[in-house]
Design a protein. Structure first.
Length: 276
């Protein structure tokens, strides 16, 4: 029962860490103070949980946990979170904090779902299946966000044509403005990009743990990285002011077509992705 509780708490830490990464990414790209605060407090909760587990482990084993690779990974992840919190309070260099936490998240995931941990745990198979569940959940959330960006881009085109042809009537009065739909596209991909990034990290870890062999050249993996690049490029061009209006809206339409291709064709051609 105690082992099961510890397993669940470590899984909870991974999920919280992933959520904090999402908010840090939003803050880094969009300078969102509210997202910044949420990310910091969630990360602080993860750090506190890690510190408690670290102390309990030291008390139980009566030594500092760095004698094995498995223990060293955990301590390394804890140091990265500690350093990111220190940087958060001192230098406030968000790009450093964000990338430190990406590395920390990768190692925390490796520790929680590593083959050693799975062999030691009485719920090893459950750990693997739950890692897959978390991976798929974040992937689907990213698809939902990208779908929303497509909806906003479609609305933008409809509104643009109505205004251009001067066919605006009272029945369209409840529709959002062009500015609101453009902002909706940006917020949607700003949410979808970190969800997809976290999903890719978790998915690669699941493949490493559960598959005898897998290749990074898998169609679905390549397609997901392409999606990450395309939406990241769209957001970059938007922030630089070089892609606006109808061009920006068309970019979202074409990017969503890639989402559909990756979802259906990529899954059917993949060696180990069966449906999502």
């Amino acid at each position: 029962m105690a082992d099961l509780t510890m397993t669940r708490l470590h899984e909870g830490m991974v999920i919280l860490y992933a959520i904090s990464l999402v908010f840090y990414f939003i803050d880094y790209l969009d300078k969102d103070f509210k997202a910044h605060r949420i990310a910091f407090w969630i990360l602080s909760t993860v750090w506190l949980m890690q510190t408690v587990f670290l102390i309990l482990y030291i008390v139980e084993t009566k030594r500092f946990p760095i004698l094995t690779l498995f223990e060293g990974i955990y301590f390394y992840a804890w140091l990265l979170i500690t350093l990111s919190i220190v940087l958060h309070h001192t230098y406030r260099v968000m790009i450093s904090v964000f990338f430190l936490n990406v590395i920390g998240f990768i190692f925390m995931t490796i520790h929680t779902f590593s083959p050693v941990q799975i062999e030691r745990s009485p719920v090893g198979e459950t750990l693997v299946s739950e890692l897959l569940f978390i991976h798929v959940t974040f992937a689907i959330l990213s698809y939902v966000a990208f779908s929303l960006s497509f909806v906003f881009s479609t609305l933008y085109h409809i509104l643009y044509r109505l205004l251009k042809k001067k066919k605006w009537t009272k029945q369209f009065s409840e529709l959002p403005s062009l500015d609101q739909t453009e902002k909706g596209m940006t917020v949607s991909i700003l949410t979808g990009i970190p969800f997809l990034l976290v999903s890719l990290i978790l998915g690669l870890q699941w493949a490493y743990v559960s598959l005898n062999e897998f290749s990074l050249s898998d169609v679905k993996i390549i397609g997901s990285f392409i999606l990450l690049f395309v939406y990241g490029y769209l957001f970059y061009r938007r922030k630089k002011g070089t892609l606006q209006g109808t061009g920006y809206a068309w970019g979202h339409v074409y990017a969503f077509l890639l989402v559909l291709v990756n979802f259906f064709l990529g899954s059917s051609l993949s060696e180990f992705h069966f449906w999502y």
